[in-house]
Each structure stands twice: as C-alpha cells, then as structure tokens.
Design a protein around this ligand. Structure first.
Ligand code: G3P
Length: 218
C-alpha cells in the first residue's frame, strides 16, 4: 500500500518524507489556500517546492471546469516536473480531459469520487488514480469504506489498471481498514500516518526496558 500525505504544508511533507515511508503527496485548492498560496506563479512554485522534497506522485489540481481550460492547466502543471499527477474532478469535461491526458502519457488523479459509477467512468477514461473521499461519505451517513470495497471488486472484475487512492482518510483506523480491503493508496494528514505508531503497551514496554537497563548499568 502506498502512503501519500494530504497537505500542501512543506514542513509536514518533509517530516513525512524523512520517516522513509512516503510515496507521494496530494493537494487540492483548499489545502493550497490553507497554506496561503495564491496566484498562478506562486502556486506553480509551490508545486515545484513539493516536487523537490518527494520522489514521485505529486497531485496538482486543475481549477478550470471546461475541457479546454483543464487541458491547458493540466499540461502546464505536468510540464513543471515529471513527478506531477494532474488532478481532475469527476465531471463530464473532466472525463474527456482524463482521456486526453491518458492518451498523451500524462498521469491523472480523478478526484471527488463518491460512487462506483463515477469510478468506472474514470477508469475507462484511463485515470491513473481515482480518489474516493471516504471521510466525507461517512460525514453524510454513507459508508466510505463500503465504496472502497465496491471499487476493489469492480476493478478486479475487469482488470482496470487504475489505482484506488482512498482520500479524506480521517483517522488511523480508516487507514488500516483501507489496507485490509486492498486500496492501492491512502492519502491522509501527517497525524494519521504517525498515529499508526501508537500503542500503550509499546510505551510501557519501552519504559520497562530502559528502566531495567538503567538498573543493571547504573
Ligand atoms: O484528498 C481529499 C481530502 O483533502 C479531503 O479531505 O478531510 O477535507 O474531507 P477532507
């Protein structure tokens, strides 16, 4: 399972990368705004800065919602660095844009996936990744993890190459459940990744080991 970090914060990206387990980064316009990044040039420079930290898989989202605009923005983003994956919303022109990028060998992440039908369309258009938002489904009393299960089955049935990138992962149990179901990737905030480390018996055991060592070594 690949781990992506879902943030545009350079310090957090660096911290996750330094752990040695990071496979990529996802951003979206809200996450960029949260970091105070605005204006076309600043946004592009920020993506370049992210690419300079990680080895691959930096999702950069288009803002346009028409085909021509998505193609123009997506090509500009892809030209910034080979690590860029162009993130496109699941709308009619988005599907056409994904097909266009796929034919040109530009990797895509189809975002705002909330149903199996949307994910089938994205896979047929040749998306590299689809991003089902599991936390946001849970927020409105739908079952986000059930959607991941459906996508794993459907993609297996037909041998789609598209990878399931579980997004809107809110806590460490979400991440573990995605791994059990077989999501290819999970993207989440840094605390969800580091949360995997925590267990009270680990803390207790380590404290005991250190105390025993101190007793016999002074
Ligand atoms: O990757 C999508 C993610 O940023 C959405 O997460 O927590 O805002 O639903 P959230």
């Amino acid at each position: 399972m690949k781990f992506f970090i879902d943030t545009a914060n350079l310090n957090e990206i660096k911290e996750a990368y330094d752990l040695g387990v990071l496979d990529g980064v996802t951003t979206n316009p809200s996450l960029m705004a949260k970091e105070g990044i605005s204006g076309e040039e600043n946004i592009k420079n920020h993506y370049k800065a992210i690419c300079n930290i990680v080895d691959n898989n930096v999702s950069a989202e288009v803002i346009a919602t028409d085909l021509e605009g998505m193609i123009r923005e997506g090509e500009e983003l892809a030209a910034l660095d080979d690590k860029i994956v162009v993130k496109v919303p699941i709308i009619k022109d988005g599907i056409k844009a994904i097909k266009y990028f796929s034919d040109k060998g530009i990797r895509t992440n189809c975002t705002l996936i909330f149903s199996p039908g949307q994910a089938i369309l994205a896979a047929k258009a040749g998306a590299t990744y689809v991003s089902p938002f599991i936390g946001r489904l849970d927020d409105v009393s739908f079952n986000g993890l059930e959607l991941i299960e459906q996508l794993v089955l459907i993609y297996q049935n037909y041998g789609f190459d598209t990878q399931i990138l579980a997004a809107s992962v809110r806590h460490s149990m979400h991440l573990i459940q995605c791994a059990e179901i077989g999501a290819d990737v999970a993207t989440c905030p840094l605390n969800v990744i580091t949360g995997l480390l925590n267990h009270p018996l680990t803390d207790k055991g380590l404290a005991q080991f250190l105390a025993d060592h101190k007793k016999s070594n002074g």
